[in-house]
Ligand binder design. Structure first.
Ligand code: GRF
Length: 204
């Protein structure tokens, strides 16, 4: 069974989708720990309810990003994970963190990358008058939200949509595609080769 560590900062609804997929046998993996950079992240309660070890690290306790990420890596590695899953983890990663887990570090980003890296993606889609919006699961590389995309899902933008409407409808798609991509990785079907994602021996 592959061992997964999930990093969160907030509500953890994607974490919940991954927990559920494991429990339903759609994902043949074990979540061995959940880490948060926010002590009050609701996702920590979701993990605890599922009997998963949790740990939070407060940024204020460390001198800088390097020191924080070093401590985080050390704590993560105690669980000997195969895969690190970022699920609403709202911190920029240091390059040593990224290179340590390269090829086994996934993220979900609420836009149709390469559109809208960074924050406020729903607002930006509305402001630009986009007719569709979406979500991307990608391998994490040094470039912020710039690693190779593995799978996307899109939703139409409806005339009266607010940011909140888009966020809510998009989460449904997020909860569908993230466990799917993780299962591909777990089955050994998905890999990062150079700067491309490969699925079943084909570049994506
Ligand atoms: C999601 O929209 C995800 O795409 C983004 O942050 C949000 C996290 O939501 N990276 P949740 O904590 O999984 O509910």
């Amino acid at each position: 069974m592959k061992r997964i560590v999930v990093l969160i900062s907030g509500s953890g609804s994607n974490l919940q989708a991954i927990i559920d997929a494991c429990q339903l046998g759609r994902l043949n993996a074990e979540i061995v720990a959940v880490f948060s950079n926010k002590t009050d992240a609701f996702g920590l309660q979701r993990a605890q309810r599922a009997g998963i070890a949790t740990q939070s690290l407060a940024i204020g306790d460390y001198a800088d990003r390097q020191a924080f990420d070093r401590a985080l890596m050390q704590s993560i590695d105690r669980y000997q994970p195969d895969l690190i899953v970022l699920a609403g983890y709202m911190r920029i990663l240091s390059s040593s963190f990224v290179s340590h887990y390269l090829g086994r570090l996934l993220n979900i980003h609420p836009s149709l990358l390469p559109k809208y890296p960074g924050l406020h993606t729903h607002r930006r889609a509305l402001e630009n008058g986009d007719s569709e919006h979406g979500v991307s699961v990608h391998f994490v590389t040094e470039q912020l939200d710039g690693g190779p995309v593995i799978l996307q899902a899109s939703i139409p933008v409806l005339p009266d949509d607010t940011e909140q409407d888009l966020a809510e409808r998009l989460l449904i798609e997020e909860h569908r595609i993230y466990p799917q991509v993780i299962q591909w990785w777990v089955e050994g079907r998905l890999s990062l080769r150079g700067d491309r994602a490969w699925l079943d021996n084909e570049p994506l």
